[in-house]
Write a protein that binds this ligand. Structure first.
Ligand SMILES: Cc1ncc(C[n+]2csc(CCOP(=O)(O)OP(=O)(O)O)c2C)c(N)n1
Ligand SMILES: [Mg+2]
Length: 567
């Protein structure tokens, strides 16, 4: 039955259009710029017009993190709507994180009314003046792939299409649109908002000749290696990469990975240290990696060929980034991996491949064993991150879980085997990411086990009271593990790295790194009626994990463990 398009305000029409283009959720933090949006929601509900579900987000950081996590879980772009400049300012870290990770989310915020009187929607309260800016978009422009400020009501439908198509084009990224209140209040008289999408995203696939050249080089290389920081892109490409590197004996280094590219117990999983691989490699294949190794610490052989593959292989939005790239292949990563695998299947193998296998498999196995042995070290005493990681990994084995780590559980001590098994915070490092991202992933599938592991600092950056409110309101049964060392250890380590024998390293208490006294995070979680427990000793961790998992299974509510860690 053809849906009759009701007469709507521009605000209402925008919401209908977002549903038409496939947006499931609007993560919204509203304000005085929102009357036309809220009126549009109520009007659509009264007229039974389908809209995306609008969710109340008590903090904009949570809204951005949830849209980010939902995209990682589903591959579907979502919308964040914030209040004018102030709400947008709270979105800025999320936009920076999304931009660096090529997450195509649609960010909207209201614009304080331009007019002071005489027009419907004009300023009514002092903040109408207080929130006026010369360039509101400047707050997120550098993180936005494209931006625009709505001028006329009839634009909203086409504008939504364009925002979506640009965000989802190669290389993907967040876009921003400012929405002035008066314009949203006017009636909509543009193209039918039920029409199909009028602008499709432009996708770039890897150049065939370059892929064939690369396949030839892999077949002939003495010691090819892969560096991967953003996984393989999807389940099919993950499986294809596993098979490809196994067949061709290509070790994979996941230095500073943000996503798993290869199972941790795969014969070609080489751990996170680039040094021994770069010493030998004559062919270095970099899969979508911003900084695949450290320019300061690691050296690529002069006679090696370096190939970068990804949606933005030269990382054009990064002003300085001088990793060598002898061959640059632009394209969506999963397509490139699948194309490469298909071409390589037609190549015969020389003796060189079999000849290097024994040494590589043995070295990888030793690296893996060392990581697991290291994780055992905490068993009797105060817990290390590796110990917690290994214990969590055992507790969730076989559950097809998603685990996030933000100064949380490192990959190496875990057994991870699917493309969504493990995520780390974005390379932009805007902390407070993992709790809301995990909420977004859980929203995508409430039956899936989602585990958010994070440092005590990261937990506080996430606005935990807001995140717990969301978890309770939306019935999102996450497992949250706070790895609590009462400090910002990363900051302390950055000091001792640069000044190993300095005053700060020798001080009893290093300045600007302690988080003492530590809040009782159990009480924070319980404020939203979650299951919460403190774990002080290594011997208690497994039992606590079982209780938390049982709570999630039985009560379908959030469980939090506040785990006391070694500094
Ligand atoms: C929004 C933001 N502010 C500050 C920082 C700088 N920073 C990087 S790591 C870190 C400490 C993180 O603390 P925690 O989560 O407790 O992990 P730990 O370092 O203790 O393992 C800080 C403050 C950041 N990355 N992001
Ligand atoms: Mg800490």
């Amino acid at each position: 039955m053809k849906q009759e398009t009701p007469s709507l305000t521009a605000g209402g029409a925008l919401l209908v259009r977002l549903k038409t283009i496939g947006v499931d959720y609007i993560f919204a933090n509203s304000g005085t710029d929102f009357p036309p949006i809220i009126e549009g929601l109520a009007e659509a509900a009264a007229k039974s017009v389908p809209l995306p579900q609008a969710l109340v987000m008590p903090h904009e950081g949570a809204a951005m993190g949830m849209a980010h996590g939902y995209y990682l879980a589903t591959g579907r772009s979502q919308v964040v709507m914030a209040h004018t400049n102030v709400g947008l300012a709270n979105c800025a870290i999320g936009a920076i994180n999304a931009a660096v990770e090529n997450i195509p989310l649609l960010l909207f915020s209201g614009r304080t009314p331009t007019t002071e009187q005489g027009r419907f929607g004009a300023r009514t309260v002092p903040i109408g003046w207080g929130q006026e800016m010369r360039d509101q978009t400047a707050l997120v422009r550098e993180a936005s792939k494209w931006d625009y400020e709505l001028r006329f009501p009839e634009q909203v439908g086409e504008l939504a299409d364009r925002a979506y198509a640009i965000a989802n084009s190669t290389p993907k990224g967040p876009v921003y649109v400012a929405l002035p209140r008066e314009v949203l209040c006017e009636s909509y008289a543009g193209p039918d908002v039920a029409n199909p999408l009028r602008m499709q995203p432009a996708k770039i696939s890897a150049d065939r000749a370059l892929i064939m050249d690369l396949a030839q080089r892999i077949a002939e290389a003495k010691f090819p290696v892969v560096f991967a920081q953003h996984g393989a892109g999807n389940a099919e490409a993950f499986a294809a990469l596993s098979a490809l590197v196994n067949r061709w004996t290509v070790p994979v280094c996941q230095y500073w990975a943000v996503q798993l590219a290869l199972p941790t117990d795969h014969d070609m999983h080489a751990g996170g240290d680039p040094a021994p691989l770069l010493e030998q490699a004559d062919l270095v294949i970099v899969l979508d990696s911003l900084a695949p190794w450290s320019q300061q610490a690691h050296v690529v052989r002069d006679d090696a060929t370096v190939v970068h593959i990804g949606p933005d292989p030269l990382k054009a939005r990064t002003p300085i980034r001088n990793f060598r790239s002898d061959i640059s292949i632009i394209g969506e990563l999963p397509d490139a991996i699948l194309a490469l695998a298909a071409v390589l299947n037609g190549h015969a193998q020389g003796d060189v491949v079999a000849a290097r296998r024994g040494e590589i498999v043995a070295r990888n196995a030793a690296t893996r064993q060392a990581a697991l042995a290291n994780a055992e070290a905490g068993r009797d005493g105060v817990m290390s991150a590796d110990y917690v990681a290994k214990t969590v990994s055992e507790a969730i084995a076989g559950r097809n879980a998603i685990l996030l780590s933000e100064r949380g559980c490192p990959m190496e001590a875990m057994t991870l085997d699917h493309h969504q098994a493990w995520y780390q915070e974005p390379h932009a490092g805007g902390l407070g990411w993992s709790f809301p991202a995990a909420l977004g992933m859980q929203l995508a599938d409430r039956e899936r086990l989602v585990v958010a592991t994070m440092g005590d600092g990261s937990y506080m950056f996430a606005n935990p009271v807001a995140c717990h409110q969301i978890a309770e309101a939306l019935n999102l049964p996450l497992l949250v593990i706070v790895m609590n060392n009462n400090e910002w250890a990363a900051v302390r380590h950055s000091v001792t790295d640069i000044y190993p024998d300095g005053y700060a390293a020798r001080a009893n208490q290093m300045p600007l790194t302690a988080l003492n006294p530590s809040p009782d995070f159990v009480q924070v979680a319980r404020a939203s009626r979650a299951f919460a427990a403190k774990v002080n000793n290594a011997t208690e961790l497994d039992e606590a994990l079982q209780q938390a998992l049982a709570h999630i299974a039985d009560k379908r509510g959030l469980a939090l463990l506040d785990v006391t860690m070694r500094n």
